[in-house]
Design a protein around this ligand. Sequence first.
Ligand SMILES: [Zn+2]
Length: 431
Amino acid sequence: MFWVRDIETLLPEKLKELQVSLLDKTVKQAIKSPFYHKKLGEQGLTGISSLEDVNSLPFTEKEDLRSAFPYGFLCTELKEAVRLHSSSGTTGNPTVIFHTRKDIDEWANLIARCMYMTGATESDVFQNMMGYGLFTGGLGFHYGAEKLGMLTIPIGPGNSKRQIWFMKEFNVSVVHILPSYALRLQSLLREMGLDRKRDLPHLRIAYVGAEPHSEAMRKKIEKSLDVKAYNSYGLSEMCGPGVAFECEEQNGLHLWEDSFYMEIIDPETGKVLPEGEEGELVLTTLNREAMPLIRYRTRDLTRIMPGACPCGRTHRRIERIKGRSDDMLIINGVNVFPIQVERVLMGIPGIGTNYVIEVKKDKFMDKLYLKVEVDNKAFKGTLRDMEILEERVTEELKAELSVTPKVKLVESASLPVTEGKAVRVYDLRNT
Ligand SMILES: [Zn+2]
């Protein structure tokens, strides 16, 4: 199932040649913006002629996008831009990304390529439960699904009863959903007195993204909903979703190297790491008109997986995102990623799907607190069994994190749930 076979299976040498010519074009286009005109123009740079030349280009950071707000990165005339997306900034200016008509079309094609790769076809009915608006998850998939030819239901997030009603009445077979919401769907079905097999017999694929999640969580989603769940990766600065996606092998995400040039760097030194080593993903757009970005530091941590994928695609795979360097918690000098906690929790029977991590100061020491829901259906033990389970969670987390957490098990459905992205980490050390 190839959406564009020639491109998806292009030989690595040919892919590199294509990248060099697209990188050169990108640099020439980028210099038309006030920001890059200053940054690259000052270096006397006019283009590149090899992949090695990329090393001499400066990084672009999120802070640069903020500082050049609102139009500092726009490379075209305003009349050529047709849309902007923006990520919410908690402080200062938001980051804004511009698109021409061609940019939007290329993006839709990338998403269609991703979905087709997982076996979705024009005969499928697609329900898009992601937020529409400035956030790219909703509109990105929407245009991709229409490009593929699926009947597309732009329902957006929230209102679970209506969600499920649409799924049932229109024989929805493919959904795009937040992983935390996917895990709640099964219990929502039960509450409505519905049965997954009987009432949603067509459902077979779930695209999950927007929140980093562990392999264990994916398995849990697949089991509870009886679907194939595919991991989607993207960021609004590159376009949105559609940057990298899992194929049917579900073993790493193909990063579309005809559209993005990737490097993995050491986040401390900025040095490019050899293939296979874990570090920060740095991306350069290869065919953007309105707003090309050069060596953009994503802050996402991953590695390039070695070897070819059995599916036949030649675009290299990245591993599931381990976390964002911004999300990393340093607990008494030890690095802890929230996703490590999730991976452990999801592997323990009797543990539910919701949890909250808190970090507090206690007598000048950092202390990691965890509230974890039990799964009322799977856990029917006594108080003593509960203590044993609590000890097990503590021990397994200690082994994974090298930090001893204070674990408290709580009743199922007692922790807060959010309609949008799940908030699970509260660092209370400076409050
Ligand atoms: Zn593959």
